[in-house]
Design a protein around this ligand. Structure first.
Ligand SMILES: Cc1ncc(COP(=O)(O)O)c(C=O)c1O
Length: 389
């Protein structure tokens, strides 16, 4: 049977390919420590699980859920947003639940991009952006993210004819994979740029609640007037260790929220209500829960960064996110380097080029494995210093 031209034109999802390589190693008896996925290993809070179980027993929750989510969940989104960022949202017009933020990112281009429209994209990037834009017939224009510019795109360098054809600007802070963070000053500049060129900003905030050393990432919606030009996506996966639940949050510009609601009502039929009830419970967790959880990741971050330095790889200390992004030894290609590391140590990291050409020269190391395994990985990397260069 024939697959569509559209599907055939998709690039391979490198993470799936790499997962196959890891599985092969494991099948061959290698004790692989995979630091290649941002899949939180820490448990979902028990009160969230209780809320899920209790809601699942109620028959009303076993029927079709609302297309646009439970009104109680949308109210909880708005209440959380007001408390966290000091920004008021209209729950009915400016919020929408997603089946995980990946679902929202993947469907959004169908609501906002016409064939041939330019999408301004970070490079490196979470690969779903480019694929989703291509599926909608859009064309990506890459904006390099460099360490020298604190991993922020240089909006002033975008040629005027490109800006004129652009319909969307994709941002992601805290950034995957670089660990970069955005200042409010940068968000102000982005909002100004978007207004000037009539562009929608899509800010992926999947890592909004994973931050270190007391840092709290801001929302672009804190910029006055940002709602005119911006939407944001949030993830319960990373914020509350709920990756398996598949729930996310879409907020911002009311007409885009309405468009996404219309699009999604033609594609999916909402989210299992008990998952929404669990999300409401998660949003009520105290700030101290977030701080304690982040302290665990922070210790792991420090150990991994130290191990990278010991192995001769420069690695900035990320202020947020679930990854360390070290430079690999000069002259090495990231896919081969990651394979060599896997072969020589059994430690799996993600080649930087999986995130686009701008990721070449780096690997991404995830913090989502238990402490004892991190220790083991650190020891293995340190032992392999000579063979890595
Ligand atoms: C930058 C970024 N955005 C979105 C997602 C998707 O998260 P989820 O669909 O679990 O909410 C991920 C997952 O790794 C991510 O790294």
């Amino acid at each position: 049977m024939q697959l569509s031209d559209r599907l055939q034109s998709l690039p391979p999802y490198h993470f799936a390919e790499y997962a196959r390589k890891i599985a092969e190693k494991r099948a061959a008896g290698v004790d692989v420590i995979s630091l290649s996925m941002g899949d939180p290993d820490l448990p979902t809070p028990p009160e969230v699980l209780d809320a899920l179980a209790e809601a699942a027993r109620q028959q009303v929750n076993q029927r079709y859920p609302e297309y646009a989510g439970m009104p109680e969940l949308r109210a909880a989104f708005a209440a959380w947003f007001a408390q966290r960022f000091g920004v008021e949202l209209d729950p009915a017009r400016e919020t929408l639940p997603l089946i995980g933020s990946k679902e929202g990112l993947a469907h959004l281009p169908m609501a906002v991009i016409n064939p041939g429209d330019v999408a301004l994209m970070p490079d490196p990037q979470y690969p779903v952006y480019g694929t989703a834009v291509a599926l909608a017939g859009g064309v990506s224009y890459d904006l390099p993210l460099d360490h020298e510019r604190d991993w922020l795109p240089n909006l002033a360098a975008i040629p005027t004819d490109v800006a004129a054809r652009a319909r969307t600007l994709w941002l992601n802070y805290p950034n995957n994979p670089t660990g970069g963070t955005a200042t409010l000053a940068f968000y102000e500049e982005a909002v100004h740029f978007a207004r000037q060129h009539d562009i929608l900003i899509i800010n992926d905030m999947a890592y909004s609640e994973v931050a270190y050393d007391g840092y709290r990432p801001p929302s672009i919606l804190e910029v006055p007037g940002a709602k005119d030009v911006a939407v944001e996506l949030y993830s319960f996966s990373k914020a509350y260790n709920m990756a398996g639940f598949r729930i996310g949050m879409f907020v911002g510009n009311a007409s885009i929220v309405e468009g996404m609601t219309r699009l999604k009502s033609n594609i999916d039929t909402g989210i299992f209500r008990p998952i929404q009830v669990a999300a409401i419970r998660a949003l009520a967790l105290p700030e101290s829960w977030i701080a304690e959880r982040n302290a665990i990741y922070q210790r792991r971050r420090d150990r991994i960064v130290a191990a990278c330095h010991q192995a001769g790889m420069a690695a900035p200390l990320p202020k947020a996110g679930l990854y360390v992004w070290p430079r690999i030894p000069a002259g090495r290609v990231s896919t081969q380097f990651a394979l060599d590391l896997l072969d020589s140590t059994g430690v799996a990291v993600t080649p930087g080029s999986n995130f686009g050409p701008g990721g070449e020269g780096y690997v991404r190391i995830s913090l989502t494995v238990p402490d004892a395994r991190i220790d083991d990985a650190v020891a293995r990397i340190a032992g392999a210093v000579a063979s890595l260069a």
